[in-house]
Design a protein around this ligand. Sequence first.
Ligand SMILES: [Mn+2]
Length: 336
Amino acid sequence: MIDYNLLLRVLQQHTTFILTTHVNPDADAVGSVLAMHRFLTKLGKEVRVIIYSRMPDFLRFLDEDNVIEQYSHESHFDPITRADALIALDFNRFDRISVMSEVIPAMSGVKICIDHHQDPEQSFDYIFSDTMLCATGHIMFNFLEHTALFPIDKSFAEPLYAAIMTDTGSFRFERTTPEVHRIAARLLEAGVVPNHTHMMIYDQNHLGKLHLLGNALINIQLRGDKSDLGIMILRQSDFQSTGTREDDTEGFINQMMSIESVRVGLKFIELPNGFKVSLRSKGTIPVNILAGKFGGGGHINASGIRFRQNQLDEKFDEIVTAALQFLQEYNNEQFV
Ligand SMILES: [Mn+2]
């Protein structure tokens, strides 16, 4: 249970804030950061939002005032080192902000984590984390409601609805509780139009993205005696031939998880430097443990691993073998 009074006290004690979130931010990352930005601005604080990645086009509608800046060493290193506080939203390990983490050892301010992933790194001064909650946006909603300093108007409601809608897979994943639906109702009452928010996030595709999805789907491989391991691979050549980028693969893995026999899904993405793997599972299969074997992490049902030193083809067999063995062990109920 998060101590929202302590969080408020910590925020009130400081004046200048830097907010940030993980690489390839999703709607929970962006929505949570924007809600916190609005809260601190209303408190009269000095706030900047600086993120490592380029802001994804499909999330720009949430950032009406264009407050999100993309990190560059030249313009941001010094201001971050001088800030009173850095707030990490929707991530809990500094390797999730890529080279922007270079600034962390030079920081004099407090480091605050607000998040819902497993196993936070211990280098934060404060950790406000609840892995039972469906989204960091859920934590932000609870905080705004608990503090009751400002009404949850549409400027809070829209980013928080986007955060919760996407992190629950449109209100269907495990942690979609009655409470989550009650929060959604409150956000609708505050002026959110669900059809509009959903359309802005999910119906902004271009043809290249659908062609990329086509490539991804036609090349799905199933492994294991019960075809319970699904594998999807996207190579640099796929992105080049369709005019797409890595962030266009958002949601692809869920399509593979719709195959009845698949219980664990791996999506491999070849990057200009190295590759990454997204892991998904159904039920109680903890893919974060599998990801952890390769230095990755995340949630029980959704995790990731990033390889900077190895090429996809060097590691592919090893990862697939580990995943098959992991499923085998899980089926033998060795996870108790
Ligand atoms: Mn999240």
